[in-house]
Design a protein around this ligand. Structure first.
Ligand code: RTP
Ligand code: MG
Length: 139
């Protein structure tokens, strides 16, 4: 089934010029870019995007990192895109991420872990609407 998912190339990976390589990985796996922008998250957007994480021990660090510098936001589309992109990204902790995954290749720590991807159809719909308006999404 065709799905859309929100992917963020986080400030660590953008800063290290890994954007092109990361996008190439998704494209080579057959996922299609249907929206993309360079932007910096505000605290307000971080609190909305990571609402379920507010109050957890790592939240303050997560918010401060995600708002610290520009990131690349995109929507990828493809068959089973939500689960497939998370598999391509690898485990949250790069030390546990499988060989060849984006996080194994580019992440430096659990916090600075290169990429974000939506984890369910509900979160994909919610997250895409935070970053993109209808006229910015092409399919
Ligand atoms: P993401 O949302 O970024 O795709 O990552 P995920 O689903 O694999 O991980 P999630 O549990 O949703 O956590 C969101 C982000 O919070 C940071 N985190 N740090 N220090 C820690 O223990 C810790 N736990 C989570 C990570 O940057 C993670 O990607
Ligand atoms: Mg998550």
């Amino acid at each position: 089934m065709k799905e859309k998912t929100l992917v963020l190339i986080k400030p660590d990976a953008f800063e290290k010029n890994h954007t092109g390589e990361i996008i190439a990985i998704y494209e080579k796996k057959g996922l299609k870019l249907c929206a993309m922008k360079l932007m910096q998250m505000t605290k307000r957007v971080a609190q909305k995007h990571y609402a379920e994480h507010i109050g957890r021990p790592y939240y303050e660090e997560l918010e401060s990192f995600m708002t610290s510098a520009p990131l690349v936001a995109m929507v990828l589309e493809g068959d089973d895109a939500i689960a497939r992109v998370r598999e391509i990204n690898g485990k949250t902790n790069p030390a546990e991420a499988a060989e060849g995954t984006v996080r194994r290749l580019f992440a430096e720590s659990v916090g600075k872990n290169a990429v974000h991807a939506s984890d369910s159809p509900e979160s994909a719909a919610r997250e895409i609407a935070i970053f993109f308006s209808e006229i910015e999404i092409f399919d």
